[in-house]
Every structure is written in C-alpha cells, then in structure tokens.
Write a protein that binds this ligand. Structure first.
Ligand SMILES: O=C(O)C(=O)C[C@]1(C(=O)O)C=C[C@@H](O)C=C1
Length: 306
C-alpha cells in the first residue's frame, strides 16, 4: 500500500483528490504543499497529491515552484476535482455576527463575490488549508467565527453549514497531480499530457518564439504555459509548459530534444494520462509513422541508397 503525503488535515479538497486518485493509499497529512513534497524527497512518503491549478484562480504557484527547483519529482497522474465551498461555523452562530473568517487563500479568491456581498465587514484571514481553518474554528476559544471549506470538513469538525455553494462560479475545478520520485513513466494511453520546466540560456528577442517553434513545427499542442520569476531580478523568468501527448510520441520527444538543444535547461516533469481523456488529433506529417518514415528516408540518402 503506497504512502501518499497531502495537504492536510483531514477534510481538505486535496484529501478528496487523493481518495479518488489512490483509494487504497495510506494518507500522510502535511501542513503545506512544500512539506508534502519534501516528505517524498526525504523518502518518508512514496508520493504526494498536490493542487496545481484552478479554473478560476489559475496556477498554484507554490506547487509550480516546488516542482521546478530542488530534487526532481515527476507527475504520474492528474485529476480534475469540482470545488464547492461552504460557510461553516460553530452551532448557534448567525451570519450577521461573523467578524472573522478563516480559510485558504485560494478559497478567498474563489468566494470573492460571496464575501463582498454577505460578509462585507468581516476580516478574512489566510489559513494553511480550508480544513485547517475548519479545525481551528471548531475549537471553543477560537478567535475566528467561521471557516470557508468543503462541506465534508464541516461534518468532520462538528461545524454547521450557514451557506453552501458560495464559490463565484458553480463549475470551478481544481487540477490535482500525483507526484512521485523519478522512475518508470506511466505507459502512453493515446490521451496523455506532458509537463516541462524550461530555463532560457539568455534573454534575447524571439527567445519565447524559438521555444514555441519547437512545438509548433512538430504539431504539438500546448495546454498551459506559465512564466515564473527565477528570483534573479525583475524580468528574469523560467517557463512551465503542459502539452498534449506522451514523451514516447515521436513529435513530443523531438520537440523536447529540440528545446534541450536551445535552452539552458529542460526539466522533464512527466508524461501521464489526461484526466479529461481527450486524445489529440495529430496533424498530417507528425504521427510516429511519419517520423519513422522520414528517419528511414534520411538513413537511405546518407548511405547512398537514393
Ligand atoms: O485547502 C484545501 O482544501 C486544499 O486542498 C487547497 C486548495 C488550493 O490550494 O487551491 C485546493 C482546492 C481549492 O481550490 C482550495 C484550496
């Protein structure tokens, strides 16, 4: 039974994602994303489940940065989890009396309209996770009157639900990934995604275009591109790419080796089945058969067998 670290305590959205991705795993709650990934790097856990991006808020930058630096880890699975927030409080609390709300920063952003409309005068304080907020609010002497978290966290910590479905959009999803130490990759399924981190050699006109060209000429479709500061000063960035296909696909492998030739560093973050199951349509001339045929042709002309 694998042991998987996750952003705890019990009742987080991350735990819900873990239960779907690995129902039989032993769960190791961590106090933040960094600690969950460190547990994997130290060998205390076989893997971790962490949030990567949200359909409303965008990238979970801690996760992106953690995967870009330090001992390499790879993504082996992903999940799209609908996130539905509730306003939770100790029994007897009235909405009109809520002065201090505790929740994860991602929940603050995703419930902005509800907070502005229903709790305009409340102070909203950032918590390590939504479930950590619910746990804190459940304590009798808590300085917080309410938490914003998943309904299940309320049930777990004995809170009552004062409002439900309070996210700005009902269709919000968070994309979670299962992260493992480097090792064998999940086999290609025909509907895969590959993740990469790319560092430029230097800043020059067209640097981004040169990277994108490696994908474009081989018919590789990107599903996400994100720039993150390197920390070396204003204007210094590295890039996260998600793309359609598996590194075992000729067009993906060729594009990545092209990047490896022209960039200072390419960190491969894994190839894994897409949660939405969408299979890419290879453009004419970019299938594995096309690449193999072209390689055979090149060998023939190089060896005088024209
Ligand atoms: O706090 C939690 O419950 C989490 O699992 C973290 C997290 C996040 O980091 O985005 C996950 C999903 C929701 O978007 C809100 C919070």
């Amino acid at each position: 039974m694998p042991k998987l670290a996750y952003l705890g305590p019990e009742g987080t959205f991350t735990e819900e994602a873990l239960r779907v991705l690995a129902p039989d795993a032993e769960r190791l709650p961590s106090s933040n994303v960094t600690a969950a990934l460190e547990a994997v790097r130290r060998g205390d856990a076989d893997g971790a489940v962490v949030p990567l991006e949200n359909s409303l808020e965008g990238a979970i930058t801690t996760t992106l940065d953690e995967l870009a630096w330090g001992e390499p880890l790879i993504v082996t699975a992903e999940l799209l989890l609908p996130v539905d927030f509730s306003l939770l409080a100790r029994p007897g609390t009235e909405v009109g009396h809520i002065k201090r709300v505790f929740t994860h920063p991602a929940a603050i952003t995703q419930c902005r309209n509800f907070i502005a409309r229903e709790l305009p005068d409340a102070v909203v304080v950032a918590a390590p996770s939504t479930a950590a907020a619910a746990q804190e609010v459940s304590l009798p002497g808590s300085p917080y009157d309410a938490a914003i978290a998943a309904r299940i966290a309320g049930e777990h910590y004995g809170l009552v639900e004062l409002a439900t479905g309070i996210g700005d959009r009902a269709d919000t999803v968070t994309r979670f990934v299962r992260v493992s130490p480097p090792g064998p990759l999940p086999a290609p399924t025909g509907a895969d995604r590959t993740s990469l981190v790319v560092f430029l050699t230097d800043d020059h006109p067209g640097a981004l275009l040169e990277m994108l060209t490696e994908f474009s000429v081989r018919g590789v479709n990107l599903t996400r591109i994100e720039s993150r500061p390197t920390g070396d000063g204003i204007g210094r960035y590295f890039f996260h790419f998600d793309l359609e296909g598996h590194v075992a696909d000729a067009r993906v492998g060729e594009a990545i080796s092209g990047l490896h030739r022209i960039c200072a560093d390419v960190r491969f973050l894994g190839s894994y089945p897409r949660a939405d199951g969408l299979a890419p349509q290879a453009k004419r001339g970019t299938t594995d058969v096309d690449f193999a045929e072209a390689a055979g042709w090149l060998t023939r002309i190089r060896t005088g067998r024209v």
